[in-house]
Design a protein around this ligand. Structure first.
Ligand SMILES: [Zn+2]
Length: 227
């Protein structure tokens, strides 16, 4: 009886197209869950299938970390880095999907659902950190579930050492995207966008720091998928 009731409700929700995962996790470096998302963003794979899904953190009304002195919004830099990482991995023959291709809102769980829909081998959430202290700068990684995520997070953290800043290592974080995704997943906090030196590099017009971060993330993915 209960079962039947639940099935009927589920079918009704599916028909209404309103089965939206509840995202309520904050994350390191600020930013809430956000909710909703545009049509087609709810757990469908934009490329049909993908070997790698990259998730540029934040979007739309959720800017993530902000450096107003340098006019930097984390959501925009994350997206730029994701595109560059995608290009590197595609040059190695991998099919890569992004969870967002523009400045759009996505719930955290929805991001993991997209990785599942793609049948991806790895899922990487791309973030930059923030602090009120402009001298703070280090790289760090987070895993959701130890069994599926810890080893990949350690591999990725090792690859990020190429950024040549202090490395705070790997920690656990109950992020909806990491928890929802079925495959090895990691959240990258590559550098502090609020750090003056990083902000100088990120706004020097060459895109070279963004490229270094993208290369480091790509190297971490390749170390995982190639072995
Ligand atoms: Zn972030």
């Amino acid at each position: 009886m209960m079962k039947m009731w639940r099935i009927v409700v589920l079918v009704m929700l599916l028909i209404a197209g309103s089965v939206a995962p509840v995202a309520a996790q904050g994350k390191p470096g600020g930013g809430g869950g956000g909710n909703g998302g545009g049509p087609g963003s709810g757990g469908t794979c934009p490329t049909g299938t993908a070997d790698v899904v990259l998730d540029p953190g934040h979007g739309d009304g959720d800017p993530g970390a902000v450096n107003s002195e340098y006019d930097l919004l984390e959501k925009n830099v994350n997206l730029d880095i994701a595109y560059q990482t995608m290009a590197i991995l595609e040059s190695h023959g991998y099919i890569v999907a992004l969870t967002r291709y523009g400045d759009t809102a996505l719930g955290n769980s929805e991001r993991g659902a997209i990785a599942n829909a793609c049948g991806a081998s790895v899922f990487v959430e791309i973030h930059l950190n923030g602090s009120t202290d402009p001298s703070v700068n280090f790289t760090s990684n987070f895993y959701g579930k130890k069994n599926k995520d810890l080893a990949f997070s350690q591999t990725m953290n090792g690859a990020l050492s190429s950024l040549d800043i202090p490395n705070n290592g790997v920690g656990q974080f109950a992020n909806g995207g990491l928890l929802h995704a079925d495959m090895p997943s990691t959240l990258v906090e590559a550098v502090f966008l609020t750090n003056s030196g990083e902000a100088e590099l990120l706004t020097d017009g060459t895109g070279s720091r963004q490229g270094q971060i993208a290369q480091a993330i790509a190297n971490g993915v390749l170390a995982q998928v190639v072995g």
